[in-house]
Design a binder for this molecule. Structure first.
Ligand code: SAM
Length: 510
């Protein structure tokens, strides 16, 4: 397991150690954005604001994990603890008394390490050259994996056992898949293969290649890589002779563990991708919210009762985080619960999830979906608000007349619109607070432990899903198939699968 000979690493075509960086250093990237400040000043207090943005403007310290299944694991850890800890400290002129390299206190068995230096400093500083070469080589042959510290957290909360079937829905480039495989193999007796497996899926075929390249560094037979839209991840029958069997004798594949590390705006990675400062706007997070809900819902429907699912993003935006989790809880009607993991990994500094937030679209803030004019409703969805609901429902539940047709951006105004827009605001909407225990979600923020930012929610399925009405349409060849994503009635699920199979025989096998 975990790489071959330690000295035979060749430079690969896709060296994940090298980051995409700007071609020239002559134009330093802007590290401010008024829209970002306006947005996050509502989330971080004024007392901590300066600390927050100051940390965001400093490069992210490099971090890496030792592959726990590598036969060189103990050697490498000992080399770090007994050699590099001292030599790096002595070699590098210290501006302050922080340690040059240290284990992440919350990661089990001193297997994850954090450097005082960024990857750029490592590359540029000659005195760090030997260490940089060591990291590159060990990474190349699978004995270590370079990975942002906070990105290592979600698999630690998934509680994977060696016999588990795990679905990693948005898996590329594969750092968490690698971690999941490690956990799967680690809990197996020496000389035995685990009974469980990981299905690692990603929509992007090129990123799937990267995922394969990454995971090939670990010699495992317990991985399947698939290339689907996660929100339409196909149901799968377990019995090969399904045509001959009665439908009620067929089992569909459900997973013990699901990881939904969804596509997100990624503003938690600002320190390592500073070009995000320039691009940041509220539209990105708002535009991803619905996809994130659909992916998490598909994950929930593919999860076994009693199984655990992690929903995570590298974004700080509540629309991509708490709002998605709240919507999943709402749609699942009690079948999915948020797990309280406050006593797990106590050394990991985390903040509780938010219970209240506002929604912003093009500089305009909304505290409730009652507040949203009609022309913004295709962008600002009810599920983005702490109380969710739907426009129709909300309108019929409250005795207010909402002037949907007020147009404030200057387009298509008629005289009534202009009159309406000039009238004083007739309704003040109060800020909503979610009823769900969203404080059980975890927010990891950059200025708490000098990292990037991450959001993690641990969910458990307590009963089959019943109250979901998420109809999605998928194009298969010339046909549009409507699949009720939440419908877990095995017979109906199998019917859908059969329809799919009969309509398009070349659906990729899982
Ligand atoms: C945050 S990254 C995942 C990082 C990965 N879990 C890791 O730890 O290395 C999100 C991934 O989602 C993929 N993606 C985007 N839309 C998707 C979709 N609809 N279905 C599946 N994957 C999707 C992207 O290609 C990207 O690789």
């Amino acid at each position: 397991m975990g790489g071959g000979k330690r000295s035979e690493g060749k430079q690969s075509r896709e060296n994940v150690w090298e980051s995409k960086r700007p071609k020239s250093d002559s134009h330093p990237l802007a590290t401010e954005n008024p829209a970002f400040d306006d947005y996050y000043k509502g989330i971080f207090s004024s007392q901590e604001w300066d600390a927050f943005v100051q940390v965001l403007r400093t490069p992210l310290p490099a971090a890496f994990r030792i592959n726990s299944t590598s036969r060189f694991c103990a050697d490498i850890r000992s080399q770090l603890e007994n050699d590099f800890v001292h030599s790096l400290q002595a070699e590098v002129v210290q501006e302050d008394d922080t340690e040059a390299i240290m284990p992440l206190p919350w990661y089990p068995e001193n297997l994850a390490w954090h450097l005082k230096f960024s990857r750029k400093q490592l590359r540029k500083n000659r005195t760090l050259g030997r260490f940089h070469e060591f990291l590159k080589l060990e990474n190349e042959i699978g004995n270590i994996t370079r990975q942002e510290a906070v990105s290592m957290v979600p698999p630690l909360f998934l509680d994977v056992h060696s016999n588990h079937f795990v679905l990693d829905m948005c898996a590329a480039p594969g750092s968490k898949t690698f971690q999941l495989l490690e956990i799967l193999h680690k809990s197996t007796k020496v000389g035995c293969l685990p009974v469980g497996m990981v299905i690692a899926n990603d929509l992007d075929i090129q990123r799937c290649n990267l995922l394969i390249h990454q995971t090939k560094r670990m010699c495992t037979a317990n991985l399947i890589v698939t290339n689907h839209e996660a929100q339409h991840f196909p149901g799968c029958l377990l019995n090969r002779n399904h045509d001959k069997m009665e439908q009620d004798q067929q089992d569909s594949l459900l997973f013990d563990r699901v990881l939904c590390d969804v596509p997100c705006s990624g503003d938690g990675t600002l320190r390592k991708a500073p070009d995000l400062w320039r691009k940041w706007n509220t539209g990105t997070g708002n535009g991803l919210h619905n996809l994130q809900v659909l992916i998490a819902m598909r994950g929930a429907s593919l999860l076994k009762v009693g199984g655990r699912m992690i929903y995570s993003t590298c974004s700080m935006n509540p629309i991509e985080n708490e709002a998605v989790v709240a919507e999943v809880l709402r749609r699942c009607g009690g079948s999915i619960e948020l797990v309280d993991v406050s006593s797990v990994l106590p050394q990991l500094i985390r903040r509780p999830g938010l219970k209240r937030w506002k929604v912003c679209d093009k500089g305009k803030w909304f505290v409730s979906c009652n507040d949203v004019p009609k022309f913004s409703r295709n962008v600002v969805l009810p599920s983005m608000f702490p109380n969710g609901g739907s426009y129709k429902e909300v309108l019929s539940n409250c005795n207010v007349s909402i002037r949907d047709d007020i147009i404030t951006d200057g387009a298509n105004k008629n005289s009534d619109d202009i009159q309406a827009a000039e009238d004083p605001v007739i309704h003040e909407f109060t800020e909503e607070v979610s009823d769900f225990p969203l404080e059980r979600c975890m927010r990891l923020v950059p200025h708490d432990q000098n990292t990037g930012a991450f959001f993690i929610a641990v969910l458990q399925k307590v009963s089959t899903l019943r109250e979901i009405q998420v109809n999605t349409r998928k194009k298969v060849g010339k046909h549009v198939v409507t699949a009720n994503e939440g419908n877990e009635d095995p017979q109906k699920l199998q019917l859908h699968v059969k329809k799919w199979i009969s309509r398009k025989p070349k659906i990729p096998a899982m």
